[in-house]
Design a protein around this ligand. Structure first.
Ligand SMILES: NC(=O)c1ccc[n+]([C@@H]2O[C@H](COP(=O)([O-])OP(=O)(O)OC[C@H]3O[C@@H](n4cnc5c(N)ncnc54)[C@H](OP(=O)(O)O)[C@@H]3O)[C@@H](O)[C@H]2O)c1
Length: 302
């Protein structure tokens, strides 16, 4: 892990005391008439089963990406403390500079077990009570037929989307179980539900995310820890630019005239799932743009 920077809750307490309206204005669009006044900035007790719920400390991996930034902005608007991770220091700093909540940022490559373990072991005291983990880091590499694919791309997809997700989950889950409070939100994909041509390993890793999420639920029903798999369809973010390794023209074609989802569309689904009353577990949310649907099964007639 290269570095970690923390904006202390105490620093932000000054901001809240001197300018409560600033904070309240920022949560108003999401909280609506439910959260109002200074008391609303405190998280709800896990035992208050009928009250609206808000996580206290949200950890977002891949916070520099399209979805990650939207998640950070929307949870900050709710007044949650944030832990943001990615591999890019400058991008992370830039994002952190736009958010007025207690915040801890760390450079973590989720494919590296030692970096994840060190990151979790060295979380500052004020940020140790992670009660919402958003496993978002990941993505696709390449879009060629399986027999023409690069093995390094396959292994990188497995390490980022699967190994990273399970390693961080494994590190934080015992704390949530002990606290009897937590929510793991995994960012899967429609690719995990519907195999598509040239999707091979990306489809497979997202199918893993879906089934792992469902299996986790089975172990957690007695522990007040929730699990949700968010399954976005076509959404315009740097996802395709990264998939095509910087080929901007090819990436732009993916979204051309398609009216794709935005990162904020997905962030709204995530925030909605994370703010249900404590008794409610949203198992999965599949979201597609109106212009996208599943196709017919393919038949090759040689
Ligand atoms: N956009 C879509 O259409 C779509 C649809 C379904 C699912 N998804 C999923 O949504 C998630 C976010 O994607 P996005 O659309 O926001 O794409 P994105 O803009 O490319 O963001 C990907 C994020 O993951 C981080 N990341 C990638 N590999 C990492 C690693 N080894 N260690 C740490 N961080 C890593 C990147 O951070 P750094 O590069 O800064 O380290 C970046 O913040 C991914 O899991 C993706 O599979 C996207």
């Amino acid at each position: 892990m290269a570095q970690a920077i923390t904006t202390s809750p105490r620093t932000l307490a000054t901001l809240r005391c001197t300018s409560p309206s600033l904070v309240m204005r920022s949560i108003a669009p999401i909280a609506g008439g439910i959260l109002c006044g200074r008391r609303a900035l405190r998280p709800m007790a896990a035992t208050n089963m009928s009250a609206p719920y808000r996580p206290q400390t949200v950890l977002i991996t891949g916070a520099t990406g399209g979805f990650g930034q939207a998640f950070a902005r929307q949870f900050a608007a709710l007044g949650c403390n944030l832990i943001l991770t990615s591999r890019r220091t400058d991008e992370l700093k830039k994002l952190a500079g736009t958010l007025s909540v207690p915040l801890h940022q760390a450079i973590v490559d989720v494919t590296k077990r030692d970096e994840i373990e060190k990151f979790v072991a060295t979380l500052p005291a004020d940020f140790q009570g992670v009660d919402c983990l958003i496993n978002n880091a990941g993505g696709a590499l390449g879009l060629e037929p399986a027999f023409e694919s690069n093995l390094d791309d396959w292994l990188t997809m497995i390490h980022a989307n699967v190994t990273g997700l399970v390693t961080l989950t494994h590190a934080l889950l015992p704390r949530m179980v002990q606290a009897k409070r937590g929510h793991i939100i995994n960012i899967g994909s429609v690719a995990g539900n519907y195999a598509y041509p040239n999707g091979h390993v990306y489809c497979a890793v997202k199918a893993f995310v879906g089934h792992f999420s469902a299996a986790l639920r089975a172990d957690l029903i007695a522990h007040n820890v929730r699990v949700t798999n968010i399954e976005p369809g076509l959404a315009e973010t740097p996802f395709s630019l990264n998939r095509f390794k910087g080929d901007a023209e090819r990436a732009a074609k993916v979204y051309e005239h398609a009216n794709p989802l935005t990162a904020d569309d997905i962030a709204e689904a995530v925030v909605w799932a994370a703010t249900r009353p404590a008794r409610v577990n949203i198992n999965r949310i599949e979201v597609m743009p109106t212009t996208q649907a599943t196709g017919p099964l393919a038949v090759y007639r040689g």
